[in-house]
Ligand binder design. Structure first.
Ligand SMILES: Cc1cc2nc3c(=O)[nH]c(=O)nc-3n(C[C@H](O)[C@H](O)[C@H](O)COP(=O)(O)OP(=O)(O)OC[C@H]3O[C@@H](n4cnc5c(N)ncnc54)[C@H](O)[C@@H]3O)c2cc1C
Length: 616
């Protein structure tokens, strides 16, 4: 969706091809957006004009700030959404976006001539000409769903798989491999004994992802919810998913989540049935998500532990389905029932659907450039799970970048470049296209080397220039952010010039335990968000300047372009192994070359000398 919306919002006629429009925006697994590092990506998409953050805010039923005891760089927002409202709202946004048409059909392949995409071949409609195509086929390419020994060909529970497109892309020269992921069973909410569970309340007021929503201030005026008076009429009411768009204030009437744990009996049931699990019975060969393991994985890898957390999360206000987070598995359905009922509070649990594992094809992202365009066929862009990532946020971030770049290609504009120093989006794309991945890739704050610069809270400001050049973010929001930046910089300068008892207000604010609002003469017209920016910038200024110096060094290496057709064997003394690796990845800059695993500093020095000599 982000790809299609970004392309259409860039002013290019766009067609969203899907096997079923009804399933567009449907969350395959837990209806939760954000979490550690993922929420940074959501905020970046929002800052550039994408839809994910605002969609999660409008349909959230349980929002929390994570890591509140740690510094601002690693704090994150996580929002449990109403599963149905989430995709219904997104589908309405798609339907009402000018220049965006929807086509229910199967893409079988691409019309590629002289190394460039000229069209998409659809099963029913035949050839549809286009200037560029973005493939975001998720887990649908040769998707196989496993419930114990049962295997069905499927792209996701209830959806058929799409095998032709993957074979076609393979034929274009892209390298392919298999990965797997899984999902827990779904239980009926009325069959759970909540008295036996620990309760996890949401935050009040709830945090939101979207700058647009925070700037409107609507979310904090909860008292308006009763009659909707004064609220924004474009807000979406989750209870009205099937009806008109009625006013609703995000964050009102949130729901709690609950927590329980596995027992000795649970572990025993899983151990006894391991050979019947698709994962451990040898039926699945693809690599799974290391940091979101199946319950079988947890039992095998942590044999001494019996009490694993199980979070009981509602899938919506009017939805009877609950999601027992932590019990993803591929055991036979009857074993799943026995296993779930051994967990306190779930003794009488009624199943709506069993859990399952899915194995699917993904393409080696090292065959893509930083714009997410194929290095083998121009005009072919790829984004999301097909590039080896897992997660809604990772998919949305890549979709946004690929959609913008496909549109820019159609408009004859150069692609946008997002560096590791600019955004988590840049970190993710650089990791994928430089290092590739042999397990489902998900984002972590530890992947970013400039964490203090890339905070969730400063996304609208640090990406302001990029948002302007992309041109999707509404002009009034762009102006609002510019005004805020101006206020922040003016006030910071004032703090440096006003002194109290020999210290500047800036120095006083830098000290422990002092907040911006505690300062004499604090500007009460600043919003909470602006005041927080000043506070964080001042308190972390020392560390930020060290990171900024490293960014400067990186920028110098990023500025040295490496020709795509460079003959690495012509560089004297370059190790053969490095020459092969460089020729395989074909880095776009010296900085990217330096990040290729196995290419060492002396190789980079030789490459740099060679490039400088050739440039003379
Ligand atoms: C079982 C399961 C569990 C998961 N668990 C989680 C989780 O807990 N948390 C999390 O963040 N992520 C989870 N994920 C991953 C998450 O769902 C994906 O990473 C994300 O949705 C991928 O987005 P995407 O846009 O790449 O593909 P998808 O959202 O899968 O969308 C693919 C789209 O492509 C269409 N399509 C495919 N092939 C064709 C074709 N040939 N022609 C026309 N249309 C086609 C489909 O109709 C569909 O609309 C899970 C995924 C699955 C399947």
């Amino acid at each position: 969706m982000e790809a299609a919306l970004a392309s259409a919002r860039s002013g290019v006629q766009t067609i969203l091809v899907t096997l079923s429009f009804d399933s567009v925006g449907r969350m395959s697994c837990n209806p939760a957006i954000g979490g550690m590092a993922k929420s940074h990506i959501v905020s970046e998409i929002d800052a550039l004009g994408g839809e994910m953050g605002i969609n999660a805010d409008f349909t959230s039923i349980h929002a929390k700030t994570l890591n509140t005891r740690k510094g601002p760089a690693v704090q994150a927002t996580r929002s449990q959404c109403d599963k149905i409202a989430y995709h219904v709202r997104l589908q309405r946004v798609i339907r009402s976006t000018p220049g965006l048409a929807v086509c229910e059909d199967e893409a079988l392949g691409l019309d590629v001539r002289s190394g460039a995409v000229r069209g998409v071949i659809l099963r029913r409609r035949g050839l549809v000409p286009c200037a560029a195509a973005v493939v975001c086929a998720g887990t649908f390419l040769r998707g196989r769903v496993f419930v114990g020994p049962q295997v069905v060909s499927s792209g996701r529970a209830g959806d058929r798989s799409a095998d032709h497109l993957g074979q076609h892309i393979l034929g274009l020269g892209h390298r392919v491999a298999r990965l797997k992921t899984g999902t827990p069973p779904r239980l009926h909410r009325d069959s759970i004994d909540y008295a036996r569970l620990g309760i996890q309340p949401p935050d009040a007021p709830p945090p939101v992802f979207s700058y647009r929503l925070r700037a409107s201030g609507a979310v904090f005026h909860v008292e308006q919810a009763a009659d909707g008076a004064g609220s924004d009429p474009s807000l979406f009411h989750v209870e009205q998913a099937g009806g008109p768009w009625l006013p609703w204030l995000p964050g009102t009437a949130q729901l709690p989540c609950y927590v329980t744990h596995t027992t000795d009996r649970t572990i025993d049931i899983i151990r006894r049935n391991l050979s019947r699990s698709a994962l451990y019975g040898g039926m699945i060969t693809g690599t799974g998500v290391r940091y979101c393991p199946s319950i079988e994985d947890k039992v095998v890898k942590f044999p001494e532990k019996t009490a694993h957390h199980v979070f009981i999360e509602p899938e919506g206000r009017g939805n009877v389905r609950v999601y027992p987070n932590g019990t993803s598995n591929s055991l036979p359905a009857s074993v799943q029932v026995e296993m779930i009922r051994s967990i306190p509070g779930l003794e009488q649990a009624r199943f709506i659907r069993p859990g399952y594992a899915i194995e699917y094809d993904f393409f080696d992202p090292r065959d893509l450039s930083h714009s997410l365009e194929s290095k083998l066929s121009s005009g072919l862009f790829m984004a999301g799970q097909v590039n080896g990532t897992t997660g809604y946020e990772e998919a949305a971030g890549q979709g946004f970048v690929a959609g913008v770049n496909a549109a820019r290609m159609a408009l004859g504009l150069p692609p946008i470049a997002i560096g590791r120093q600019d955004a988590y989006l840049g970190v993710m794309i650089d990791d994928l296209v430089t290092r590739g991945t042999d397990e489902p890739y998900r984002m972590f704050t530890s992947r970013a080397e400039f964490r203090l610069l890339l905070r969730q809270d400063n996304a609208p400001y640090r990406l302001h220039e990029l948002a302007k050049s992309i041109g999707i973010l509404a002009p009034d929001v762009v102006s609002e952010i510019a005004r805020s930046m101006e206020k922040i910089s003016r006030e910071t300068a004032r703090l440096q010039s006003v002194f109290r008892a020999g210290a500047s207000l800036y120095q006083i604010l830098a000290g422990p335990g002092v907040g911006y609002r505690d300062l004499p003469g604090a500007d009460l017209r600043l919003t909470d968000e602006e005041a927080r920016q000043i506070e964080t910038n001042v308190k972390y200024a020392g560390y930020v300047s060290i990171e900024a110096a490293r960014v400067g060094r990186l920028a110098r290496m990023e500025a040295v372009a490496v020709p795509r057709d460079l003959d690495y064997s012509a560089i004297r003394s370059l190790r053969k192994e490095s020459a092969e690796k460089l020729a395989r990845i074909r880095p776009e800059t010296l900085a990217q070359a330096q990040r290729i695993p196995g290419v060492n500093p002396s190789d980079i020095a030789l490459l740099e000398v060679f490039l400088r000599r050739s440039a003379r």
